[in-house]
Ligand binder design. Sequence first.
Ligand code: FPP
Length: 272
Amino acid sequence: MKIQKINMKTSNQKEEIQDLIKSIDELRIPQHIAIIMDGNGRWGMKHGLSRSLGHQQGVVVLKNIIKSAKKLGVEILTVYAFSTENWSRPQDEVTFLINLFEKVLLKEISEINKEGIKINFIGDLAPFPENLKEVIKKSESVTKNNKEFVLNVCTNYGGRQELVRAARQLAQKSVAGKIKPEQIDEKLFESELLTCGSVNPDLLIRTSGERRISNFLLWQLAYSEIYITNVYWPEFNEGEFLKAIIDYQSRNRRFGGIESLPNESLGDSYTI
Ligand code: FPP
């Protein structure tokens, strides 16, 4: 049995998806969803497979979630594929992941392009092998004018490193006399981030039950709604994705303000 079969939908699941779709408010679809695709290794071990096969199955799930997100009208998906801390994993696993990125891109790039998806890689690509860097560069250039959907893949990405880099660049500009320190505000700082020009995520999904941000998009997630599910990434599916969006739609996003009140009185409805 191929491991992909594990994710095939039964007729009950199809019915469940139809019911979930009915609960979705089409007018409140998150524009940008960020995902920490966690639990691949544990899923592999749970099924008597290797951790690496968990990553492989994770790619199948990612493809399904991209399709589902696009169908729902989500515009941007940002996924955490490899963190700056992931280099500390056993060499075999790191090599497997690097080879997997290259293999997946080579296999899927024409489909990604045909689907009108623009793919961006966010992170420091310098330490990756030349082959992978080439494939990444090509994937980005082939899809750069696509407008249907944006897929950001964070690879060798770390939120703290991104902030330090931005601070350093601003300091260099200041020393060079291009900007004055007092000109540095949120907008200027944001312009030095790797995600510059993109809207911030409305929703962060983390699978496998961990309740951490793990150095992911530290600046960008400031006001994102967070959804955590115990499901491991390789068993995450369209139904779980819809549940995350329905949960998001039940939230009252106030961005630190208060709910607008009809008579502008403060009443009991204040919050941080
Ligand atoms: C976290 O699970 C997952 C990763 C470190 C890798 C995720 C990468 C993919 C799904 C491949 C994406 C490919 C492309 C080309 C975009 P974990 O290994 O930390 O799981 P654990 O917590 O159970 O150990």
